[in-house]
Design a binder for this molecule. Structure first.
Ligand SMILES: O=P(O)(O)OC[C@H]1O[C@](O)(COP(=O)(O)O)[C@@H](O)[C@@H]1O
Ligand SMILES: [Mg+2]
Ligand SMILES: [Mg+2]
Length: 341
């Protein structure tokens, strides 16, 4: 019986107890990482409550500012950003944060903090006001600079293979936290009346194949021939098109049921829309830990070199057989044209 079996924890185990037991299991997951995961779960509970009330109190709608991405910030984008930054700052384990909502690195003041967090505080912003599932996505890295000073760009711009943990929260028909520390993927469902997350989806494995494809077909005319050919293939196979417009919701469905989510490069946006550090890398870590695959159509997402905090990259992520089929179509186009998009 290997370590995992010894520590196979039953459905219903609380997140706190799971984190403690797994800490024994993986000595590198020191107390600080365990505490950091708890800090994220705490902020998720608070954001969950804000989201559930947003229809009642005036925190829905646009905030009136544009973020570094040039996107209209929604009030809940800003509220979620404040809540997660505050929880990470107060928790003491994080020296520096990269947030979708802030142009520069955020120094928490915890000079002894050993970790850096990259976060999309609220993903699926276009869906906030229409009661469609939205999420939070996060990545955790160990700092490379010595403790005792502020985190550096070198601490922040690490490749995805250096993540020590990654996860997401989906605020949907139920609220779930799904994360990995590099030893499998586990899902926890939140019970608001008890204020606890409970293990509900132990050791998630994504199906090797699938019949669902997620892509914004409104951009079709701008896609590369390779992407167009793969989408045509999906139609020929009578696959189902499912696109919620919330990356976390589309990803979560495909993780559990099988499928592929694509935000490819296009003639309008050669790097696509999604950000490497706090959308593609964390979900790529999770999907690989669950037996799936993630690439930019040509190269493994986790090995892409970040050039700046908000680097964008094309993404093809989900069931291995579907991602590899998409990569075949894109490779055929490179062979024909010599151009990689
Ligand atoms: O509207 P588009 O261009 O299809 O983009 C939808 C995608 O954009 C996103 O909303 C980007 O994330 P944010 O909402 O965090 O900016 C994804 O959640 C979603 O999959
Ligand atoms: Mg997002
Ligand atoms: Mg966002």
């Amino acid at each position: 019986m290997d370590n995992h079996d010894k520590l196979a924890l039953p459905v219903g185990t609380t997140l706190d107890r799971f984190i403690m037991r797994k800490q024994e299991d993986f000595p590198y997951a020191t107390g600080e990482l365990s505490q950091l995961l708890r800090d994220i779960a705490l902020a998720a509970k608070i954001v969950n409550r804000e989201i559930n009330r947003s229809g009642l109190i005036d925190i829905a709608g646009a905030y009136g500012n544009r973020n570094v991405q040039g996107e209209d910030q929604q009030k809940l984008d800003v509220i979620a950003n404040i809540r997660f930054i505050r929880a990470l700052r107060n928790g003491g384990e994080v020296c520096t944060i990269i947030s979708e909502e802030d142009e520069e690195m955020i120094q928490t003041g915890n000079a002894q903090g050993k970790y850096v967090v990259a976060i999309d505080p609220l993903d699926g912003s276009s869906n906030i006001d229409v009661n469609v599932s939205i999420g939070t996505i996060f990545s955790i890295y160990r700092r490379v600079s010595p403790a005792g000073s502020e985190g550096t760009a070198q601490d922040c711009l690490q490749t995805g293979t250096h993540q020590v943990a990654a996860g997401y929260v989906i605020y949907g028909s139920s609220t779930m936290m799904v994360y990995t520390t590099g030893n499998g993927v586990n899902g926890f469902t939140y019970e608001p009346s008890l204020g606890e997350f409970f293990l509900s989806h132990p050791t998630i494995q994504t199906p090797a194949g699938g019949t669902v494809y997620s892509i914004n077909e409104g951009l079709s005319e701008h896609f590369s021939q390779g992407t167009k050919a793969f989408v045509a293939y999906c139609k020929e196979q009578n696959y189902s098109a499912r696109y919620i417009g919330s990356l976390v919701a589309d990803f979560h469905r495909n993780l559990l049921k099988g499928g592929i989510y694509m935000y490819p490069g296009s003639s309008k946006a050669p790097k696509g829309k999604l950000r490497l550090m706090y959308e593609c890398n964390p979900l790529a870590f999770i999907v690989e830990q669950a037996g799936g695959k993630s690439s930019n159509g040509h190269r493994r997402t986790l090995e892409l070199e970040p050039t700046e905090l908000h680097s964008r990259c094309p993404v093809f992520i989900g069931s291995t057989e579907m991602v590899e089929k998409a990569e075949e179509f894109l490779a055929a186009e490179v062979a024909r044209t010599g151009v990689e998009m």
